[in-house]
Design a binder for this molecule. Structure first.
Ligand SMILES: [Zn+2]
Length: 87
C-alpha cells in the first residue's frame, strides 16, 4: 500500500531556502488515450513562503498513483462494457 508522500529532511525551498516543507494533496485529472483519469496528486509546499513545487520523489509518487488508478479504471470499464450490452 502507498501511504502519503513523505517529506524528506533534505528538501529545502528553492525560492526562500526554508526547510519548513509540507506535502499536500490536490485533485487532478489526467487525460490518457481519451480516458480521463482522476487522481489525488501530491506536491510539496513551503510553509514559509507558500511556494509549491515537485521533486523527483513527488513525481514518482504521482506516476505510481496514476498507474494504479489506470489499472483499476481499466478493470472497471471492461466490466461496464459487458453489462452495458443488456441495456
Ligand atoms: Zn519558501
Amino acid at each position: 500500500m502507498i501511504k502519503g508522500l513523505k517529506v524528506e529532511e533534505s528538501i529545502t525551498c528553492a525560492h526562500c531556502g526554508s526547510e519548513k516543507i509540507d506535502s499536500f494533496e490536490y485533485d487532478n485529472t489526467l487525460s490518457i488515450k481519451g480516458q480521463e483519469i482522476e487522481y489525488k496528486g501530491s506536491s510539496f509546499r513551503c510553509s514559509n513562503c507558500g511556494d509549491e513545487f515537485d521533486t523527483a520523489e513527488s513525481m514518482n509518487y504521482n506516476l505510481l498513483t496514476v498507474r494504479n488508478k489506470l489499472n483499476r479504471t481499466r478493470q472497471a470499464s471492461t466490466g461496464m462494457l459487458k453489462s452495458a450490452g443488456r441495456f
